[in-house]
Design a protein around this ligand. Structure first.
Ligand SMILES: Cc1ncc(COP(=O)(O)O)c(C=O)c1O
Length: 467
């Protein structure tokens, strides 16, 4: 079977199961670009539209039920709409709180205290998206160091922060191209890209540009770049080099914060950056993000900072939004109180899924490797990426391997396998996604049975010849 025919058949199967969603998408597209406001959610031929979500499940407009491993962009560690957050919100609205007031609410202090209780940082300031947090952090680093260049890794995604829109996922003999129009012409020379986990490359960038580098921004556990942990040595070298050259080290923990234990992943490495970004999980399902870090840097957003140094990280109508702060505080408190139940369980299930998917595909003649393994850093990794390999490598260890279509079949991962799993009743992302506390063992086993049916069918279709 040709690749195009294979994709057509899958699309027909998907579309016939989701007719109502297809119609909703058509009408949404009359008013919105491609029918929505987040491109990742608007995959072809059209997305499914949920009517209700609870725990591990989603019910959609067509009456289909799904087990969901996307779980709110991996934010929902307890599953969809957990009682702890829903009850907090009900109570707050019943008590005449919750919607925007324009006052500094007490709950902000509570969430700040909880996060700083687990993060070695002096201060924290909230905003509303990971993108904003990363943009503000870079602005503060540039103001603090009075330097221009921003160093990031190929495959690093820090939201649509204009200081980091280079070398994300578009592979062109490497991950080092500007990936957005509309940036200042200086963006290309201002943003430097180094290879993730590559110490010699990092050393050579610092040797060449060290005195001009304002900050090195990195996800210690790279998310969109393939669910890969930095090695301890690499992160330690990054810490040493940034110190040596006077650059600010920024850890983007939007994905990794509170994902592997009830705190940032940096504490599992024992490495402290100057600034840390949080997002996703810290809002308990509400839009909250934050920059935490050294007082000397964060205080640049204070009105007391001198006119020349002051960074306009000071507004945001919805920064510290009352209901969001209450939800986040209830959620983080719960993760801390139940840490020893939650993380070992979701980590054990994550490991089982990674191992099983590799074994299943291997039994049917496919070379598939799962990413997300905690290595010697995190005992409890609940994230699972699935890479369909075109080359014979034992392990997927870099974002370049994840995004280079000659190494791994990106279309099979992001389109074919996704549609096939949705048809089977499982919503997956980057091949699989995230285990949450709400997933039952039998649901996970059912998802593995679905993987087996797909692998069997794909062998019949000789899909491996299409790889
Ligand atoms: C590591 C990382 N940083 C930043 C962001 C941007 O966060 P947001 O989508 O809330 O703007 C994301 C989003 O997925 C992310 O994965």
């Amino acid at each position: 079977m040709k690749r195009s025919r294979f994709m057509e058949k899958l699309t027909e199967e998907y579309s016939s199961k989701n007719r109502k969603s297809g119609l909703i998408y058509s009408s949404a597209s009359r008013y919105q670009i491609r029918g929505g406001s987040h491109n990742l959610r608007l995959f072809p031929p059209f997305p499914i539209y949920p009517v209700k979500c609870k725990g591990s499940k989603i019910w959609d407009e067509d009456g289909n039920a799904y087990i969901d491993f996307w779980q709110g962009h991996f934010a929902n560690i307890l599953g969809h709409n957990p009682d702890i957050v829903v009850d907090t919100l009900k109570d707050c609205f019943n008590n005449g709180q919750g919607l925007e007031t324009g006052f500094p609410e007490k709950a902000q202090g509570r969430l700040a205290e909880l996060i700083l209780n687990r993060t070695k940082a002096d201060k924290i300031r909230f905003t509303t998206s990971g993108t904003l947090a990363s943009m503000y952090a870079v602005m503060m680093a540039r103001a603090y160091t009075k330097r221009e260049k921003v160093l990031k890794v190929g495959g690093g995604w820090h939201g649509a922060n204009p200081y980091a829109l280079k070398g994300i996922s578009s592979y062109q003999s490497g991950l080092n191209q500007i990936e957005s129009a509309g940036l200042p012409p200086s963006a290309d020379s201002m943003i430097l890209v180094t290879r993730f986990n590559d110490i010699p490359d990092l050393e050579s960038v610092f040797k060449k540009y060290g005195e001009q580098i304002a900050c090195f921004i990195i996800e210690p556990f790279i998310g969109a770049g393939g669910f890969i942990f930095s090695s301890k040595d690499y992160l330690q070298r990054a810490r040493d080099l940034t110190k040596e050259y006077g650059a600010v080290l920024i850890f983007d923990e939007v994905v990794s914060g509170f994902r592997f234990h009830a705190g940032p992943v940096q504490s599992l490495y024992g490495i402290k950056p100057e600034l840390t970004l949080f997002g996703k999980a810290i809002g308990g399902g509400m839009p909250v993000s934050a920059v935490a870090g050294d007082e000397a840097i964060l205080s640049l957003c204070s009105p007391d900072a001198g006119k020349e140094n002051r960074v306009k990280f000071e507004g945001g109508t919805f920064s510290g939004h009352p209901a969001s702060m209450l939800a986040g505080a209830a959620y983080i408190e719960h993760l801390m109180a139940h840490e020893s139940d939650i993380y070992p369980r979701i980590g054990r299930l994550g490991a089982k899924v990674r191992r099983s998917i590799e074994d299943i595909f291997s039994a049917y003649g496919f070379n598939v490797k799962c990413t997300g393994e905690g290595e010697d850093i995190a005992d409890n990794s609940s994230l699972i990426g699935v890479q369909f390999l075109r080359t014979n490598i034992d392990k997927v260890a870099s974002p370049e391997q994840v995004w280079n279509p000659e190494v791994s079949d990106v279309e099979l991962r992001e389109k074919a396998f996704k549609l096939a799993m949705i048809v089977e009743g499982f919503y997956v992302f980057h091949g699989y996604g995230a285990i949450s506390m709400s997933h039952k063992e039998k649901e996970i086993q059912a998802s593995l049975d679905a993987v087996e049916r797909i692998a069997r069918k794909w062998k019949e279709y000789r899909v491996q010849d299409l790889l």
